[in-house]
Design a protein around this ligand. Structure first.
Ligand code: ADE
Length: 281
């Protein structure tokens, strides 16, 4: 997978050379390049932002600088400035080149989920644009969508960061670890929270010793009875999800629940005879 990241702090992405992401680069699974947006400026101050049209606090990232950078990285011809938007719309792109996905982190966008990570783990080329300050001129994503590029805007959570760099690192880690060959043990992905249709929070984990500072691991985990261990873990997943993320219980498909799941959910106050569980209050 080819990954380009554009930022005014490209050094930030040196962390991607560490750990599994670094290994994946050495193996040739990932090719990550962080670009400095200021390399596409022409003024002495290398300015990338300007005041918001209509007034307001802060600065907004300028479309001209971003466009020069993105045209080059997406291998698109720069349009004549006099062209109307219709004149520059989607030209034939070389179909032998993998279609890139252009991604802008944005706190005001739809939430990035495991489903998005799974979909994007199959892409061949991802291009991330990191906004700073009050964000980027909204015509940038609009323009590239009109060129036929798959443009996504995602928030990583309901809080505001200083810029998109952290959000890009989060998304990249979630995406790349799902690529075949990335993880040493691919089974560890299958069992995780948020994976698959019946997404539940994961059961709690323990390692040895069986008693630590007077606290024992649950007895059943030492029993060697795999059926009982699986049931205990599944019930714990249902119970924790009920407490912490009841919205995930509401999204479960009742047809996919086994008899023991139903019993546990009913004991937790859910009705399970419709398409999805319904809380009895
Ligand atoms: N930029 C600033 N805050 C962000 C957030 N929560 N998600 C994505 N990008 C951001």
């Amino acid at each position: 997978m080819k990954i380009d990241i554009v930022s005014v702090f490209p050094e930030y992405f040196e962390v991607l050379n560490l750990s599994l992401m670094g290994k994946a680069q050495s193996k040739g699974l990932l090719e990550i390049t962080a670009h400095n947006l200021r390399d596409w400026t022409h003024d002495v101050h290398h300015s990338v932002d300007d005041t918001p049209v209509g007034g307001g606090a802060g600065m907004v990232m300028k479309p001209e600088v971003w466009a020069e950078c993105l045209d080059e990285l997406l291998d698109l011809p720069a349009p004549n400035e006099d062209d109307s938007p219709n004149d520059v719309a989607a030209e034939d792109n070389d179909s032998s080149v993998a279609a890139p996905v252009l991604i802008f982190p944005n706190p005001s966008a739809p939430l990035f989920t495991q489903r998005d990570a799974t979909e994007l783990s199959h892409a061949e080329h991802l291009l991330f644009g990191c906004g700073r300050y009050e964000g980027y001129d909204s015509r940038i994503p609009d323009y590239y969508r009109a060129q036929g590029i798959d443009v996504r805007e995602y928030s990583i959570g309901d809080y505001v960061l200083n810029g998109g760099e952290v959000a890009v690192s989060v998304m990249l880690e979630a995406i790349t670890r799902l690529m075949p060959g990335f993880m040493g043990n691919p089974d560890s992905i299958v069992e995780e929270s948020y994976t698959g249709e019946g997404a539940l929070l994961e059961h709690r984990q323990y390692t040895k010793p069986a008693v630590w500072r007077g606290i024992s691991v649950p007895e059943v985990l030492l029993s060697g009875d795999h059926g009982k261990v699986d049931r205990f873990r599944r019930d714990e997943a249902l119970t924790r999800t009920n407490e912490i993320r009841p919205d995930l219980i509401e999204a479960l498909d009742c047809k996919a629940l086994d008899k023991a799941d139903r019993k546990t959910l009913m004991a937790l106050g859910w009705e399970v005879s419709a398409a999805h569980p319904r809380r009895l209050s």
